[in-house]
Write a protein that binds this ligand. Structure first.
Ligand SMILES: [Zn+2]
Length: 118
């Protein structure tokens, strides 16, 4: 079986993490509530604010997954499915280094058949 190069994955996760942090902090700066409200403008701004919030939520979630993956590397548990505890396919980890589940368990998660850890 192909060995997983955790050192390489760790570097990739750290790079990904700093990119996300940069994105998240620039989002914060773009939200500005101090200007005089004009109803039309306000609606537009609220809309874009909601979009920004939704994006941040996704990014925060990914950030959490990345941090968990880094933790699993430190604990030497990296690459094991959180559900069935079997090794996650190395190919899958190449595409999604922060994957928590193997392919078959991920499908069950998406179908709501496995309660996903939060
Ligand atoms: Zn699994």
């Amino acid at each position: 079986m192909k060995e997983i190069d955790t050192e390489k994955i760790k570097q990739r996760l750290l790079t990904e993490k700093s990119l996300l942090l940069t994105k998240l902090s620039s989002n914060d700066l773009s939200v500005d509530d101090t200007e005089t409200p004009d109803p039309v403008d306000l609606a537009a701004r609220n809309y874009s604010k909601n979009v920004t919030l939704a994006v941040s939520e996704n990014e925060s979630r990914q950030l959490r997954l990345i941090e968990e993956a880094l933790q699993r590397i430190d604990d030497e548990k990296y690459g094991l499915c959180l559900n069935c505890k079997k090794p996650i396919q190395p190919k899958r980890l190449e595409v999604i280094p922060w994957a928590r589940y193997c392919l078959s368990c991920q499908e069950l998660v998406e179908q709501g058949l496995i309660e996903e850890e939060r």
